[in-house]
Design a protein around this ligand. Structure first.
Ligand code: LLP
Length: 447
């Protein structure tokens, strides 16, 4: 029986109660690769990448323009993943020199890569220029001068987008509109002579820079498409204002990522077809109102492409019933990983779902909290979940929807080596990123 949301598409629970991922049983994965391990369903990832591209292409074709989908590598990037998304017709958005290096190692053409960052180093900018990246998204007025200087030194013209903050902020919570945003990213478009307008002027004043367009990213894990429409409207307003003063109507707008997914059973992810239509309609309506031509559009989904494709497989260790103040008992189920492989519950209070993956149990469910092995009481993997009352050491536990910002935000806290990322496909598994070893950790320590 297919496990359904929030599990990877190929997750199935068999007659005997064991779970398999794309045809590979949890026990076989644990035996071959050890635990904890991130198990990534390749076909699911590729289908999601494709679905995003097709939905957006269709919606934007309907308003007479094209769209480019950049996979946001910060969610999780490896050489294989960069190749898969490229094969599915996506480009790659990188946020650092490290992500850029992985995309290049994968053979992603420089022209299909974007480089972000609010504090790019000169080395990162030089690496991007060397690779001939298709776009550098500039984030401040000082950075415009730096990119121009480095492009001049390299004898190239840098393609640039200007990242703006629209005042529309969304994600997790309902979107709210504010005049100014108290955060580090982008250039505000608020006010008469906004920093965003100044940045557009600055870019066009440099012969070493070519202004491609305007970029906006409003937040992450957004489930209501309305915020995207509000942001698109503001970006297109800025584009028209700049055209009115300069005569330059930029060709492209990037509306960023942030498309929300399901983490728990019963949750519903943002439908790419719906959000694509909402964005396309907002773009068309704004351009009509402003009397400007419709631009080419790009988007940058990360979480929505990789998040649901992956489950983390853990082995259960200590199980401890703890009596709560209200008299209830909470069963603390310790697993062999924790906040070092999934920081999101500790950092954001993020909710996850776990199930027993290695066997059937008919025991009455109990209120459980899945915790890690770190020396910290906030080391929680799943705050609250019903698990069979006979859950015990040696059981395999799977946690769903850990593909985005799991491995990519993993740490070596308590000098715990980071788990491998294992791809499953058609009944076979292969390691994309190997498990770290204690030798890896010792190799960094020069004594
Ligand atoms: N584009 C830009 C410019 C971004 O800053 C981000 C995410 C994305 C695209 C991709 O957003 P996505 O589609 O994955 O939501 N660590 C946090 C999420 C941080 C997102 C940062 N920027 C988390 O685990 O929820």
């Amino acid at each position: 029986m297919s496990l359904g949301t929030p599990w990877p598409a190929g997750a199935v629970r068999h007659e005997d109660g064991e779970v398999s991922f794309a045809g590979v049983r949890a026990s076989a994965l644990a035996a071959e690769h050890g635990t904890p391990a991130y198990v990534l369903d390749e076909a699911d990832l590729r289908a999601r990448a494709r679905r995003y591209r097709e939905a957006f292409e269709e919606a934007f074709a309907a308003i007479g323009t094209g769209v480019d989908v950049y996979y946001a590598g910060k969610a999780f990037l490896s050489v294989a993943v960069a190749r898969w998304v490229t094969a599915e017709g996506l480009r790659v958005d990188t946020a650092t020199g490290g992500e850029l290096a992985v995309a290049l190692r994968a053979g992603v053409p420089g022209a299909s890569i974007g480089l972000h960052g609010n504090n790019k180093s000169d080395d990162e900018i030089r690496a991007a220029l060397d690779a001939g990246v298709g776009r550098i998204i500039v984030d401040s007025l000082v950075e415009i001068e730096r990119v121009a200087r480095l492009a001049g030194a390299a004898g190239v013209v840098a393609p640039v987008m200007v990242r703006v903050t629209t005042g529309v902020h969304a994600g997790g919570h309902e979107y709210i509109s504010t005049a100014h945003e108290d955060q580090k990213f982008g250039l505000s478009l608020a006010g008469e002579d906004s920093p965003a307008l100044q940045a557009l002027r600055a870019v066009t004043s440099h012969p070493e820079l070519r202004l491609l367009g305007i970029h906006s990213h409003i937040g992450s894990q957004i489930l209501d498409p309305a915020g995207f429409a509000a942001a698109a409207d503001k970006v297109l307003g800025l584009r028209a204002s700049f055209a009115a003063e300069s005569g330059t109507l930029v060709d492209e707008v990037d509306l960023g990522g942030g498309f929300g997914i399901a983490y728990l059973p019963g949750e519903v992810e943002l439908d790419p077809a719906v959000v694509a239509r909402v964005q396309a309609e907002a773009v068309a309506a704004a351009c009509e109102r402003l009397g400007t031509a419709v631009p080419r559009v790009s988007i940058e989904p990360g979480r929505a492409v990789v998040g649901p494709t992956t489950a983390t497989l853990y082995t259960v260790g200590t199980v401890k019933p703890v009596r709560l103040e209200d008299g209830r008992v909470r069963t603390y189920v310790s697993v062999d990983g924790g906040m070092s492989d999934n920081l999101r519950p500790a950092l954001y209070g993020a909710a996850y779902h776990a199930e027993l993956a290695s066997r059937r149990s008919d025991a009455e469910p109990v209120l459980a909290r899945v915790v890690g092995k770190h020396c910290e009481s906030g080391d929680i993997v799943v705050h609250e979940v019903q698990l069979p009352g006979d859950v015990r050491a040696g059981d395999l536990l799977a946690v769903a929807a850990t593909g985005a910002y799991g491995r990519s935000m993993a740490s070596n806290y308590n000098l715990v080596p980071r788990p491998p990322v294992v791809a499953v496909s058609d009944g076979a598994s292969r390691v994309l990123v190997r498990r770290e070893s204690v030798e890896d950790l010792l190799a960094l320590d020069l004594g």
